[in-house]
Design a protein around this ligand. Structure first.
Ligand code: DMJ
Length: 588
């Protein structure tokens, strides 16, 4: 499947963005820069296709440029292009992956950084928790935000950027990317309703919700996904705290076992009794969150829709149990297959291999066409349409392959490679290397190691079209010596941090390293109380970490203490403490 579609694209469409698989031509749908090739890179690596992976990485390094006068979607460009470049960079530059490209010298990372800087002007809005806000939906890669650009964006569009931008910060040592995307998430979350739901569309200037339907599918889906995954990848506990609240509210107000509905974000009144195909990622997310029982039931319900039509329509009406008018298409989406993979991985129940085989058969018999795979414009009549989205190769085929490869015995980069991987919402492989998962901690310690010494990072978020010094929005982050200090990552952006540890400390959880834990499961009674009746953040305990020797690489002593002594520091035992007691206890 992969090679029929990939070779079809390379032969008939490359370097255009996407393949028209019936007419065997190319089309530019995002920026005109070989989108499908970039989106396919890590699938090539996963399949072990060294030759095509190497050729592709080399071609992109030599030929791709982003100084083009195109206005592009910030969300799509981030998840497809930025994510594709970053995952391929991390594979091509690392011997441990078995796919290192000998000639590779960081070209993809440079391109990713250039692209991300060109998108920074989109964040120049007043709706964040700090100086930047929820981004515009689109940005011009040369001129910044167009004068007439819409101020309305979707929740998913503004809140699904943290993984790719956060990775970039950790790879470049420039915190700006991580900060602007976190500000955007915080800006959205700050405008949640009293019952912890978010709407679908928001005005990035006024912060008003312009579409107040809350759900887990269209326009919102990956907002939830990135809350959990940003925590898993970066260990930033603010994200898990928000995820827990958001997830609890979704299960309380949107879950109608086994389906999910859309409700008004304020009143929880039912708006749409509709299954939409983007919702099908949710059981997979629930596996990651450890909530498998409801995931199994929901997956079975969603799969029954697939079985009925041979594909999932974009919308299926739960009241009439029929395809929603105007939502009859299946554009080769991956979500149900993605959840099938996760549930098989969690349960090893062969029913998920059967489901995968059914879906594969539908694609082979219903969607395979002359030069690739075709969108289905009507799932009832299986009418093929002349378009193939790049995510077919980035996600749909990748998750199918992972499912069956796991069934055959786990022997691939994901299942037994050198790192644990988080999948981006576009299915890109984001490895949990120490540099990515822990570098932020390093930069928080006194005496922390920073890759570039004597860093002085001057980042200008809207300076793409301006000369240095001309912008109103330049930001300076300084790191005055050969070491980084707290100033690089402002404490305000990480209120959960209360204790800091020097070194990698692989034996400690993030909770122990950061010295705080949030209640993992809600008191059931809390759900029925109004937000004002609920306690603020429920702190179970604090950890206190003492580092005895400023220069030592090990943690000498770890003590836990009850939250009743919050705000105080107790150095217990070990008179041998010679060096510094690192005491950074903000208290909450
Ligand atoms: C992909 O681009 C991503 O999975 C995104 O999160 C949702 N839409 C498509 C796949 O359906």
């Amino acid at each position: 499947m992969f090679y029929h579609a990939f070779d079809g694209y390379m032969e008939h469409a490359f370097p255009h963005d996407e393949l028209k698989p019936l007419s065997c031509e190319g089309e530019d749908t995002l920026g005109g820069y070989a989108l499908t090739l970039i989106d396919s890179l890590d699938t090539l690596a996963l399949l072990g296709d060294r030759e095509r992976f190497t050729d592709s990485v080399e071609w992109i390094g030599k030929n791709l440029r982003f100084d083009i006068n195109k206005t592009v979607s910030v969300f799509e460009t981030t998840i497809r292009i930025l994510g594709g470049l970053l995952s391929a960079h991390l594979i091509a530059s690392d011997y441990n992956t078995g796919m290192r490209v000998p000639s590779y010298d960081g070209e993809l990372l440079d391109l990713a950084e250039d692209l991300a800087r060109r998108m920074l002007p989109a964040f120049d809005t007043p709706t964040g928790t700090h100086a930047t806000g929820i981004p515009f939906g689109s940005v011009n890669l040369i001129h910044g935000v167009d004068e007439n650009e819409s101020k309305i964006t979707s929740t998913a569009g503004g809140g699904t950027l943290t993984l790719e931008f956060g990775m970039l910060s950790r790879l470049t040592n420039d915190p700006i990317f991580e900060q602007v995307t976190k500000n955007a998430v915080m800006g959205i979350w700050a405008r949640r309703s009293k019952i912890n739901l978010v709407g679908a569309h928001i005005d990035v200037f006024s912060g008003e919700w312009t579409q107040k339907d809350a759900g887990i599918g269209t326009s919102i889906d990956s907002f939830y996904e990135y809350l959990l995954k940003a925590y898993l990848l970066f260990g930033d506990e603010e994200y898990i705290f928000i995820f827990q609240e958001a997830y609890r509210a979704a299960m309380h107000y949107l879950y109608n076992d086994p389906w999910y509905v859309e409700v008004n974000m304020n009143s929880a009144a039912l708006v749409w009794p509709l299954f939409n195909s983007l919702q099908a990622f949710w059981p997979g997310l629930q596996v990651l969150a450890g909530d498998i029982e409801p995931a199994i039931r929901t997956h079975a319900a969603f799969f029954s829709v697939w079985k009925r039509y041979g594909f999932t329509p974009e919308g299926f009406n739960l009241a009439t149990l029929s395809v929603q008018r105007g939502q009859k298409s299946y554009p080769l989406r991956p979500e149900l297959i993605e959840s099938t993979y996760w549930l098989y991985k969690a349960t090893q129940d062969p029913r998920y291999l059967d489901a995968g085989r059914d879906m594969l058969a539908s694609l082979q018999y219903g969607a395979r066409c002359t030069c690739g795979y075709c969108h289905i414009s009507d799932v009832e009549f299986h009418i093929q349409e002349d378009h193939m989205e790049s995510f077919f190769l980035a996600e749909t085929v990748k998750y199918l392959w992972l499912l069956f490869d796991l069934g055959a015995g786990p022997d691939n980069l994901i299942e037994n490679g050198p790192y644990k991987y988080i999948f981006s919402t576009e299915g890109h492989l984001l490895p949990m290397t120490p540099q990515i998962s822990l570098v932020r901690e390093h930069c928080l310690y006194f005496g922390a190691y920073c890759r570039s010494s004597n860093l002085r990072l001057e980042t200008n978020i809207s300076g793409i079209a301006k000369k240095p010094g001309e912008t109103n929005h330049s930001k300076t982050y300084s790191c005055p010596g050969p070491t980084c200090s707290l100033s690089r990552f402002t404490p305000q952006s990480s209120p959960a941090i209360s204790g800091l540890v020097k070194g990698y400390c692989p034996g400690l959880t993030h909770g122990q390293r950061f010295g705080i834990k949030y209640a993992a499961s809600a008191d059931a009674n809390l759900q029925d109380k109004s937000p004002t009746q609920r306690p603020a953040d429920v702190v179970q305990s604090h950890s206190l970490v003492l580092v005895s020797n400023h220069n030592a690489d090990q943690v000498d002593h770890v003590k836990h203490q009850d939250s009743s002594v919050e705000g105080s520091v107790v150095a217990q035992g070990e008179e041998k403490q010679q060096g510094k007691l690192i005491e950074l206890f903000e208290g909450r």
